[in-house]
Design a protein around this ligand. Structure first.
Ligand code: FAD
Length: 291
């Protein structure tokens, strides 16, 4: 379908926002500024990441707890299998449940850099996200989201085995998947078709990442296609952060506009704790503050 003009988008979408736990007081202020600015867009949930190697356990928990205390937003706490026994994960899950947190994003996690990039399960821990989902569901009736990879997880033996793995995570009790960022709408729609053919009916929300540094995106994009138009769009902006941020918001909104044309109505934004870009993208999609 031809993508509608921004001006014609009615804003009949629902959004969710991902944040990371702050490391300093200044970053905490930036995060809360972002949460406060984005809250009126009434996200269906806001998620808080868990640092590589489980390094932010306390900070993730504190951030989620503050969202519960001070806002009416639905928080989703990311939780990984890295460097934790099943008993430790059960304890964290119980704490969240007691604090009223019902939505978790269950991940295997990326290994700590000290492990040289290879995931080594904790001797008494979970080996993969599907087992983590099963363990969490056995504990409490959580609403669980999991990760999906339209362009295949870098460690997967094949695209099919990666899709089988996504199905296992959903069959274990997860309710939806959120994708790794991507820039090719074709890659996303092909993946949705394959997922449907594999019997997956759960929503697969596109994870939208505005480009902050094109060089960093290229480094992080192991399997992610970077379309030629994007290369041309960011050409010459490496040392111009201001224009780059503006172009980046428009590029991400344009990606969403094309997803919208293909029927997508739920969008998940990697905000990197910055309100402006996420707000501008939502605005271009026709979303306006409510209440
Ligand atoms: P899994 O689903 O367990 O898959 C890992 C790999 O193992 C895949 O290649 C899969 O195909 C393969 N695999 C699993 N089981 C089997 C099996 N039985 N047979 C064959 N192959 C199998 N990381 C963090 O550290 N903290 C975060 O907060 C965080 N948030 C994220 C949010 C989103 C939306 C996404 C997309 C990723 C996030 N990540 C985060 C990154 C994620 O932890 C890594 O991508 C990690 O390498 C894989 O996690 P997973 O949950 O997809 O793992």
């Amino acid at each position: 379908a031809t993508a509608p003009l921004f001006a014609d988008l009615p804003g009949d979408i629902s959004v969710s926002f991902e944040f990371f736990p702050p490391k300093s007081e200044k970053m905490e202020e930036q995060l809360w500024d972002a949460i406060t600015q984005l809250a009126p867009l009434q996200p269906s949930f806001v998620s808080v990441t868990y640092g590589a190697g489980g390094s932010t356990r306390e900070r993730t928990h504190a951030t989620v707890a503050r969202i519960v205390r001070e806002t009416s937003l639905v928080p989703a706490a990311h939780l990984t299998c890295v460097s934790a026994s099943k008993a430790e994960i059960a304890e964290v899950a119980d704490q969240y449940w007691e604090a009223g947190v019902r939505h978790l994003v269950a991940l295997r996690g990326d290994p700590p850099p000290a492990d040289g990039g290879t995931f080594v399960p904790h001797p008494q821990g979970y080996t993969c996200a599907a087992d983590l989902v099963a363990g969490l569901m056995a504990r409490h009736d959580f609403d669980i989201s999991v990760a999906a990879y339209p362009e295949v997880h870098p460690e997967a033996a094949s695209a099919q085995s990666d899709l089988d793995n996504l199905k296992r995570k959903l069959d274990a009790g997860a309710n939806r998947a959120i994708t790794q960022f991507f820039f090719s709408t074709d890659a996303y729609f092909r993946f949705l078709d394959k997922a449907l053919a594999a019997g997956i009916s759960a929503p697969i929300l596109p994870g939208i990442m505005p480009v902050t540094s094109f060089a960093a995106i290229r480094r992080m994009s192991a399997n992610t296609e970077i379309p030629a138009w994007m290369e041309a769009m960011f050409e010459g902006l490496d040392d111009r952060p201001g224009p780059r941020a503006l172009v980046s918001a428009v590029a991400a909104a344009d990606l969403c506009r094309r997803l919208y044309a293909g029927g997508v109505r739920d969008f998940h934004f990697y905000t990197l704790n910055k309100a402006e870009q996420a707000y501008a993208i939502c605005h271009l999609l026709g979303l306006r503050p409510k209440g």
